[in-house]
Design a protein around this ligand. Structure first.
Ligand SMILES: Nc1nc2c(c(=O)[nH]1)N=C([C@H](O)[C@H](O)COP(=O)(O)OP(=O)(O)OP(=O)(O)O)CN2
Ligand SMILES: [Zn+2]
Length: 132
């Protein structure tokens, strides 16, 4: 079962463990100090047995509430690097964003229910993470 949603945020690709020259060489235009924004799209997939009484794997209303608390409140309309403590020392790539979202959701959902996080940074740049 899957819930799809979007959020907007800005960021800059910059690693504190690299020199300014290395940052510019590796991240190119994405290292511009002014940053840039994305309309991220995220797919959260959960799995489990269908409850005989409710007919649901999980109530989508509950999943929506977890997404709101774990992802939308901390990330939507934020500067990822400045507003989200996790990214103070972690480069705000889509890979790391997928890990952040996985960890935040895994803390809230019953054990083993979270199956996959898919983050679309753009229509063409997509990261899939299954917690491995
Ligand atoms: N492995 C990764 N590489 C890059 C990431 C990332 O998260 N992981 N991110 C970026 C930049 O954030 C950048 O915003 C990507 O933008 P851009 O290349 O312009 O996006 P598109 O591929 O959609 O643009 P086209 O010009 O249409 O190809 C860079 N690398
Ligand atoms: Zn970007």
């Amino acid at each position: 079962m899957k819930r799809v949603f979007g959020f907007s945020a800005c960021h800059r690709l910059h690693s504190k463990s690299l020199s300014d020259e290395e940052n510019k060489r590796i991240f190119g235009k994405c290292n511009n100090p002014n940053g840039h924004g994305h309309n991220y799209k995220v797919e959260v997939t959960v799995r489990g047995k269908i409850d005989h009484n409710t007919g649901m794997v999980m109530n989508l209303t509950d999943l929506k509430q977890h997404i709101e608390e774990a992802i939308m409140k901390p990330l939507d309309h934020k500067n990822l690097d400045l507003d989200v403590p996790y990214f103070a020392h972690v480069v705000s790539t889509t890979e790391n964003l997928a890990v952040y979202i996985w960890d935040s959701m895994a803390k809230r959902l019953p054990a083993c229910m979270l199956y996959e996080i898919k983050v679309y940074e753009t229509d063409k740049n997509i990261v899939v993470y299954r917690g491995e």
